[in-house]
Design a protein around this ligand. Structure first.
Ligand code: SAM
Length: 220
């Protein structure tokens, strides 16, 4: 949660976002994004939900995909456009500015090969999350996959206890400063399964609450 508070604050100044997150995660975030990009095949149509400054989507373009990056923040998308120009990826990366709760407004059913996302779903409540993942399932092609990485509740009893303690202490100052609440995901895997995905892989990183889940669209 401390990391989330920091990141939300950094989102107010997106030009320092990528460097700040890299520092804060000790470079782990690049490793997570590289791991996700390694699951992309040339020609895939990829949707990055909450694309922010575009760093994950750019890695997917570099793997031969075409990418749609969706985000609600003007300032993050401004930075994303700069990064696309710098990387020469602009012709294979389309930006959609809207909330990811409105996926069906922009995408036909069965029209996307892969959906990816890093550090976004933790900003949403479980109710919205289930709705978003269900829409993700609808717009994915049969057999399409979704790769979601975020901070989740630790699984061990003792670490859960300390995590809960820190969260409780931080909630009031966090809301006072950021005007945003953080909803740590208690069961990311369970929500993805409930939305109609079969879990294919789950990866964690040492000394971190990050988890990467790969799900495949389940047949009805
Ligand atoms: C912590 S940043 C992560 C950005 C990027 N995915 C990354 O890993 O660098 C969270 C992003 O989610 C976006 N976001 C949060 N809620 C959203 C929503 N409902 N619809 C679209 N974007 C959203 C924010 O604007 C921000 O760019």
């Amino acid at each position: 949660m401390l990391m989330y508070s920091w990141m939300v604050w950094v989102e107010y100044a997106p030009e320092r976002y990528d460097v700040a997150v890299k520092l804060l995660t000790g470079g782990k975030i690049d490793n997570i994004k590289d791991t996700i990009a390694s699951r992309i095949s040339p020609g895939d149509r990829v949707l990055d939900i909450g694309c922010g400054t575009g760093s994950l989507g750019i890695k997917c373009v570099q793997r031969g995909a075409t990418v749609v990056g969706m985000d609600i923040s003007d300032s993050m998308l401004k930075e994303c456009r700069k990064n696309l120009d710098r990387s020469g990826c602009a012709d294979r990366f389309e930006i959609v500015k809207d909330s990811i709760t409105n996926l069906r407004r922009h995408f036909e059913p069965d029209s996307v090969d892969v959906i990816v996302s890093t550090m976004v779903v933790g900003e949403l409540s479980k109710k919205y999350l289930l709705h978003i993942f269900e829409e993700c399932r609808t717009i994915l092609k049969p057999g399409g996959k979704m790769l979601i990485a975020d901070e989740v509740w630790p699984e061990g009893g003792l670490s859960r206890f300390f995590f809960r303690l820190i969260m409780t202490l931080m909630w009031v100052p966090q809301f006072a400063i950021l005007r945003r609440a953080f909803f740590p995901i208690k069961d990311l895997k369970g929500v993805i399964e409930e939305a109609g995905f079969e879990i294919r892989a789950r990866r964690t990183w040492p000394l971190s609450t990050f988890q990467l889940i790969e799900g495949v669209k389940r047949h009805d």
